[in-house]
Design a protein around this ligand. Sequence first.
Ligand SMILES: *Cc1c(COP(=O)(O)O)cnc(C)c1O
Length: 345
Amino acid sequence: MISPPSPTLRLDIDRGALAHNWRALDRLSGRARAGAAVKANCYGLGVDQCLPTLREAGCRDFFVAHWSEVEPVLNHVPKDELAVLHGPFDASDASYARQTGVRPVIDSVRQAKLWQESGGGPCHLMVDSGINRLGISPSEVSDISVQQLDVQVLLSHLACADEDNAMNARQLEIFRDAIQRIRHREASFANSAGIALGSDYHFDLTRPGLSLYGGVPRHELGGEIRQVARPQAAIIQTRQLSTGETVGYNATFTAPQNMRIGVISLGYADGILRSWGGAALRNGEKMLPILGKVSMDMIVLDLSNAPELGEGDWVELPYHLPDAARQTSVSQYELLTVLGNRFQR
Ligand SMILES: *Cc1c(COP(=O)(O)O)cnc(C)c1O
């Protein structure tokens, strides 16, 4: 096969920062150890790029959402370190779990029965403590098919950990009660933000996702977490605009004077949504404002203040997640998971 030439956009993954973030979250988890949510292709950053680093840093507990995510992760971690949060929906999922040896997270009485009927074995169990997504209700803990499970890790998930909300303590109480009523080896409650809620929330295992990849859901984590993902693009064409000429779809930018502009091959198909309109990319300290609307495959930059930049030079989108979320009104989670697959990672 002929290998394609290298692309004009890349997602630089700072592996040192990723390892640092896992270690920081592991330390902040106190007596608990930190796992890692690696669902959605490590929140968009790439399983192949992130998993070896997380495992080298010391992580041994990995979580994906779908069964389709298992195979790429198993290229990097042993089967008993991986769990599937959505659990077995039907017999073929249960059979796949047994064949691969990956742990299903049982999320309902129906799944508990399904898992037992397929032969059972070690599994995790999700108790819903108030988010009302997946998980057995507290009233179902005593169900015989639930009580018969060989529960390794008993899980629950916080709805409002990124806020100071009375719901956090209410969920904690519900989870503590469930812990008393079902046999299990270990308990796991906190996501990234939950780690910052303090030792009551840590139990045996924490499950950070967002903060591994540079997200800061609570200010307490601000000093600990480093930026991991840096979207970069090459200038593929420069041109000269005359006063009064316009840029992009719907001609939303009009040149107030003669000016030099640059086109980069990065657009909303890559996850750089139109809400970035009005922001700027950067080359070193130089800020290069976005002109007009973001297109599917292109963004136009004002190069007025950067005469030294030309075709083939690289620019970077500032992707410090808390700042970028403020800039775009897109959540830190979404800013990561929308990043497309045209980036060279
Ligand atoms: C996604 C997810 C996490 C990770 O949450 P973050 O807020 O990204 O740290 C943890 N637990 C469950 C059940 C999840 O679905």
